[in-house]
Design a protein around this ligand. Structure first.
Ligand code: NDP
Ligand code: ZN
Length: 351
């Protein structure tokens, strides 16, 4: 079969691979809708993770089941399914501890294009199909559903880890598709005032739709100064980091109130260390909590998030700025994600 792959660091291209086979609990899926991710860009062009060679890329897919293993109970060939970017091993001790993202090691739930080929192939493999896929609801399109595989759960994970609560003031640093979903997730959880930090006009407009009350452009000066001024010196309750480099961390510590929560979902693709400013951190006694997380995958998560689309509580269509038809366009869509034109939020390729 054909697949679009990372050939080596900084190089991508089409390759031929054997069609994957399903173990007893697994499924083989044919993609119907795909989307490239900023994480793919970090991995290939920023040497962010360990170098992979000739591995099929991609982890955001909605597809049709073509084969299931003998122990799979709830899915059959022909089913249309949402497959999350993170497909944990549900029997692992880390999963039993509530951190399925790290089943079998740090970030071990991230299997696509890490420990096996990703979803940008004519077929792809899903481990533990009953635990890791969800049926596509009738009234949800495949383009919308592909946003449930990574963008919605990652942004919402940022808001969940920040423990956003009603009436709070939140700053979301970075409003690409992930940050926009952190704005939407914070809004759904009841945040009152939401600072959204970004510069692309299309993202700014979407942020307002999702509930941002204040827009901050990081190109207009240090965001901690801008937010502190708007807050008249008070700190925000929570900060969600979903973009920018390691410097955003320092800014987050400077704008948060004592005992606030900094929740990171950004993939820091460069820099050896992340700095914590000593004085803003209360000389080490601020009770500020810091958490960073990989999105949770799994079936339950996909089913519950797809309910939000099914019952019209969340509209992901503002994210879909670029649509392509045909598997061959995956290359173009990925390069668009790399070059980030000003009118881009997220591309989707339907097959
Ligand atoms: P985008 O590149 O589309 O968005 C990044 C955002 O950060 C943009 O709004 C950009 O502004 C803003 N930004 C850039 N530089 C700065 C800066 N110096 N200060 C403040 N804001 C800045 O990324 P995505 O939304 O697609 O992804 C966000 C991150 O999430 C990526 O690192 C990605 O790899 C990661 N990720 C993490 C996952 C997880 O499970 N934790 C899963 C999926 C993705 P501008 O408007 O100028 O472009
Ligand atoms: Zn991703």
């Amino acid at each position: 079969m054909k697949g679009f792959a990372m050939l080596k660091l900084g190089e991508v291209g089409w390759i031929e691979k054997e069609k994957p086979t399903a173990g007893p609990m697994d499924a083989i899926v044919r993609p119907l809708a795909l989307s490239p991710c900023t994480s793919d860009v970090h991995t290939v062009w920023e040497s962010a993770a360990s170098e992979k060679r000739n591995i099929i890329m991609g982890h955001e897919a909605v597809g049709e089941v073509v084969e299931v293993g003998s122990l799979v109970k709830d899915f059959k060939p022909g089913d249309k399914v949402i497959v999350p970017a993170i497909t944990p091993d549900w029997g692992a001790v880390a999963s039993q501890m509530g951190y399925s993202q790290h089943s079998n090691g740090m970030l071990g739930g991230m299997k696509f294009s890490t420990s096996k080929d990703g979803v940008f192939g004519e077929f792809f493999h899903v481990n533990e199909a009953d635990g890791n896929m969800a049926i596509l609801p009738d009234n949800v399109s495949i383009e919308e559903a592909v946003m449930l595989t990574d963008m919605v759960p990652t942004g919402f994970h940022g808001a969940d880890n920040a423990e956003v609560s009603y009436g709070e003031t939140i700053a979301v640093i970075g409003i690409g598709p992930v940050g926009l979903m952190a704005v939407a997730g914070s809004n759904l959880r009841g945040a009152a005032r939401i600072f959204a930090v970004g510069s692309r006009p299309v993202c700014v407009e979407a942020a307002k739709k999702y509930g941002a009350t204040d827009i901050v452009n990081y190109k207009d000066g240090d965001i901690s100064d801008q937010i502190k001024e708007a807050m008249k010196g008070r700190g925000v309750d929570k900060v969600i980091i979903a973009g920018g480099g390691v410097e955003t961390f320092e800014q987050a510590v400077k704008i948060i109130r004592p005992a606030g929560i900094i929740s990171n979902v950004n993939y820091f693709s460069s820099g050896d260390c992340i700095k914590i400013p000593r004085v803003a951190w209360g000389l080490g006694m601020s009770h500020i909590r810091i958490i960073g997380g990989l999105m949770p995958g799994g079936r339950k998560n996909m089913e519950y998030l797809s309910n939000l689309l099914k019952y019209k509580k969340l509209d992901v269509t503002p994210l879909l700025t670029h649509r392509y038809k045909g598997f061959e366009h995956i290359e173009e869509a990925l390069l668009l994600m790399k070059n980030k034109t000003r009118d881009l939020i997220k591309p989707v390729v339907t097959i």
